[in-house]
Write a protein that binds this ligand. Structure first.
Ligand code: HEC
Length: 177
């Protein structure tokens, strides 16, 4: 074999090893139990469903929210946010952003758009005062009739801050209802 030919064969072998040998060698090493390879690891393989269950009591933070029935069961929804001044203040800012246009600054149903729109109910009337916190929460979240839903704009605890502010407008003290 001439020197040139020898070099060419060596190069071809090296190339062949480089292209095919990498995975073959890898596969061979993975079969030997005392070598450490990254194949044996507690990873989730492609297309394998994760077998981890969420811890008990977890709640989803993404995805669709189930609709709340406005007529039944809402009395049992407990307001988890204490009606502190901070909560009421935050609720006020949100109320003034989204609700004031219709319900008015004091919640009396005399917001600026009511001149050209069907007036909403006065939230300070006894009939509204007797609603549960869960009812106001549900109404805010999913709307009703011509009242739009705000659940997609007002999220998480902010909804309860607004409930707390509506309660304050209705003249309620610091207790929860
Ligand atoms: C576009 C005008 C409009 C906006 C904005 C609006 N509402 Fe309403 N709201 C209404 C109308 C109209 C009703 C009556 C709906 C019905 O009875 O079917 C209503 C009803 C309600 C009621 C029920 C009163 C009761 O006793 O049944 C509550 C509570 C309420 N709104 C709270 C809010 C809150 C909180 C916001 C802001 C997040 C808000 N609304 C924003 C128009 C509006």
């Amino acid at each position: 074999m001439s020197r040139r030919r020898g070099a060419a064969v060596a190069a071809a072998l090296a190339l062949g090893l480089g292209a095919a040998g990498c995975t073959t060698l890898d596969n061979a090493i993975a079969k030997v139990p005392w070598f450490t390879t990254m194949r044996d690891q507690p990873a989730i393989r492609p297309f394998e469903p994760p077998h981890l269950m969420p811890p008990p009591g977890s709640v989803p933070v993404t995805g669709r929210e189930d609709s709340l029935d406005l007529l039944t069961g809402l009395g049992e929804v407990v307001n988890p946010v204490a009606r502190t001044d901070w909560s009421v203040g935050r609720g006020r800012r949100i109320f003034e952003t989204y609700c004031l246009v219709c319900h008015g600054a004091a919640g009396r149903g005399d917001g600026p758009v009511t001149l050209k729109f069907i007036p909403p109910p006065d939230l300070t009337l006894d009939v509204s005062k007797q609603r549960s916190d869960g009812y106001i929460y549900a109404l805010l979240r999913q709307g009703r009739g011509i009242m739009p839903r705000y659940g997609d704009k007002i999220r998480g605890a902010d909804r309860w801050h607004v409930v707390n502010y509506v309660r304050r407008l209705q003249g309620a003290g610091d207790g929860r209802q």
